[in-house]
Ligand binder design. Sequence first.
Ligand SMILES: *[C@@H]1O[C@H](CO)[C@@H](O)[C@H](O)[C@H]1NC(C)=O
Ligand SMILES: *[C@@H]1O[C@H](CO)[C@@H](O)[C@H](O)[C@H]1NC(C)=O
Ligand SMILES: *[C@@H]1O[C@H](CO)[C@@H](O)[C@H](O)[C@H]1NC(C)=O
Ligand SMILES: *[C@@H]1O[C@H](CO)[C@@H](O)[C@H](O)[C@H]1NC(C)=O
Length: 406
Amino acid sequence: MRFSAVVVVAALVSGAVASPVATPTATQSDPADVYKAQATAKTESPTSKVKGKAFDRYVSIWFENTDYDKAAADPNFQFFAKKGITLTSNVCLTHPSEPNYMAVVGGDYFGLDGDPFTQVPQNISSVVDLLEDKGISWSLYQEDLPYTGYQGFDWVNQKTGANDYVRKHNPEILYNSVAEKADRLAKIKNTTLFYEDLKANKLPQWMFITPNMTSDGHDTSVTVAGEWLKTFLTPLLNDKRFMDNTLVLLTFDENETYTIQNRVFSVLLGDAVPNHLVGTTDDNYYNHYSEIATVEANWDLHTLGRFDVGANVFANVAAHTGDRVRKWNAEPCLSERYFNSSYDGIFTTLAQWSPQPVPNVFAVQNGRTVLPAIQFEWASQFWKTYYHGELEIPDGAHPPVYPYKY
Ligand SMILES: *[C@@H]1O[C@H](CO)[C@@H](O)[C@H](O)[C@H]1NC(C)=O
Ligand SMILES: *[C@@H]1O[C@H](CO)[C@@H](O)[C@H](O)[C@H]1NC(C)=O
Ligand SMILES: *[C@@H]1O[C@H](CO)[C@@H](O)[C@H](O)[C@H]1NC(C)=O
Ligand SMILES: *[C@@H]1O[C@H](CO)[C@@H](O)[C@H](O)[C@H]1NC(C)=O
């Protein structure tokens, strides 16, 4: 694990976390500071009921570092696979963890090739900008996040010293467009608050759930992850406060073995999956950007103008949205693409200089256009974009092609 220390501008976030006197900055992970901030952290649990075309609630649960075959052989993952659709060709983007988490909400990993303390510039949007634009409530639930909106690098179990929470597995906290807004930080919560929201019937319509470093298999095994999943999800299967035309995705951030294709076992389940698809498999090509594309298609959201635009919408959802599920159609063919290293960009460890990746402000996918605020921010540089709305995405061995030299 590479760690690069970053000095954070505390003034930008202090309003979100604590009292005006001796305010701990939100990134401090010293226990005394954490407990002080914990006492005053602000939490929000907004709800909404925006009808979707295929589902009314989306829940993504991410596990860690497991090869496809290992997860497919686990009895608990098998149990849930029988209740839904197994995605046999859901391919991750790169190694290690953090770029995959960054990309699943932002539509790119901007060259990130490690797990450092990273802050995506404020002018780069993520899926929550699209959700809020249509009034769709959202929250992240990070198991053992010590308090709502915590921005520290990690947090360990104070009795055992074992890893609990890590920032690199918290996709939205990486974005300054979230971390610099108090009302957005207030929706980055722990699983204690998941149960409070459930009890109060105040779960949002979009959520991302990260189990802790034991529960997600990172420090343990897929067996432990499967047991956590069984304990967490089984009681929710028939709970109307959770299952309310809900689509749940179970997936992994990346494969364990770097020299094989980075494909992960993934299951779509929930009461939004029609009966005739329960227990089936879907062999179409998807990747982490499909999560954004599926949510965009379901609620007719705008797009980010990045790799979300070209990604396949999950077929069970595309059947209701009119999106065409496409096949990988470029050389080298999909089976010869490993997605096991990152292309260069602004977060590359040894980058000398890289330009800000400019979204394609003119992108249109099945009638969906780029969020007007993103168009406004980036229009003057439109000619610099490397996103063209295609399904086939780059990796370290096949980097994106800039339309100009830099
Ligand atoms: C976005 O923010 C970064 C970092 O502050 C800056 O370098 C870049 O010029 C900004 N881009 C635009 C289009 O404003
Ligand atoms: C979860 O977050 C709440 C609100 O900030 C905090 O009071 C609580 O102590 C946290 N729970 C755990 C297990 O860290
Ligand atoms: C992680 O979560 C599990 C329950 O989900 C809990 O038993 C455990 O104490 C937590 N933390 C660590 C470090 O194991
Ligand atoms: C990616 O996989 C290919 C094929 O196994 C291998 O040759 C290459 O070394 C791997 N790259 C990394 C960074 O592991």
